[in-house]
Design a protein around this ligand. Sequence first.
Ligand SMILES: Nc1ncnc2c1ncn2[C@@H]1O[C@H](COP(=O)(O)OP(=O)(O)OP(=O)(O)O)[C@@H](O)[C@H]1O
Ligand SMILES: [Mg+2]
Length: 450
Amino acid sequence: MKKKTKLLVVDDEDIVRESLDDWLSSVGYDVLTATCGEEALQIIKRKKVKIMIADLIMPGMNGIELMKEARTIVPTMSTVIITAHGTIQTAIAAIREGAYDYIEKPFCPEKVELLVRNLVEHHNLVEENITLRRKIEDRFSFEGIIAKSPKMMKIFELIKTVAPTGATVLITGESGTGKEVIARAIHSQSQRRNKPFIVTSCAALPETLLESELFGYEKGSFTGAVERRKGKFEAADKGTLFLDEIGEIDANTQVHLLRALEAKKITRIGSNEEMEVDVRIIVATNRDLRAMIDQGTFREDLYYRLNVVTISLPPLRNRREDILPMAEHFLKKYAKENNSSVRGFSPEVVQFMLDYHWRGNVRELENMVERGVILAKDKTITLAEFPQELTGPALTEARTLEALERNHILSVLEETGGNIARTAKILGIHRMTLYNKLKKYGINVNTLGA
Ligand SMILES: Nc1ncnc2c1ncn2[C@@H]1O[C@H](COP(=O)(O)OP(=O)(O)OP(=O)(O)O)[C@@H](O)[C@H]1O
Ligand SMILES: [Mg+2]
């Protein structure tokens, strides 16, 4: 028989602690309990517990503090935080600090059970490191977006908050980070979900064409305008208009766009009649719009109109937790598409994917997995199926001690949100030493993250 998984429940409220104990024991876990953080730490030291459910607010140490302490004893500790209803902010803070998830009080036992089951599986996955499980994506997917990192969880929360409001959203991020999938998610989480979602790339068209594309034109308004045509604004009426690569839009169209946003009215080219439109605007760019404002190539007033809410998508290399669930998702997708019997990755491939720099982000990962599926000679994708120029030097580079040290410092910095004191403490070195290393490796704490 399989050994029961140990869980530690920490809550000062008897009723919560006892009911969790009863329920989780009844479904087959080995449940330990503690009434406060100090007691919990004693148990963790003696019993090798790796999974903990802890109340956020307790006398003495709170749940987040306990989680951090516990991790100094068991670094792979996975924690779920219990919060009172309505304190979503603290819950998000807990996740940012590395909690696996949170449970809102009052909770239903089935939900807790499901969460714990997922957590146990997740935990085994982390422990085994390379054993990818089937269906993992179901648990980490939101509107078809696969993610698991605290950073992306924060973004999911933001999407849920902002989607129903109709506010204009600016999505920034490197190429291939998923800007368009996020835009679609916002649309389908909004009341406009059954209305059109229209995509226009501002980079694909020369300027005069972009303008007529957006606003439409009357017959005869310019050479070639043989028919009257509706623009994207009209097409998106009551729905969402996604303007991709907004940084490429020319000065003239910027003026017209600004006017359309302010007045919620548009004028077709060659017409003097204004038309009311009800369109939600989402824009995306991989350029630095602020820098463009400084250079005088992007209007500041338009920028503020567009930038009501900003979602900054972090590059894949700054959210490595997302790599394996995504790789698994793409593997299944392309195996199915190609009628292939490929089922997994070799350990070297897993390590490579975790270490690689992913300049092309999710798109690059997706392409590589697709290629792997197609080239694989067996049920497993091996390094041989990856472009050699990437796996060769990149791997040796990542294996020098200095590269490892640099990566490790980066990942701890990430965990602490760039906090030098805490990072130094976790690394067990003096702050000055850390500063020197940052300098040596060219790490700029202010530009970490998204
Ligand atoms: N979190 C995710 N889960 C699953 N698939 C994703 C995710 N993020 C991106 N993708 C996939 O990666 C590819 C690139 O995503 P998308 O087109 O949204 O990126 P982008 O930021 O708009 O890129 P670009 O800057 O090049 O326009 C798409 O095929 C998309 O479906
Ligand atoms: Mg795009």
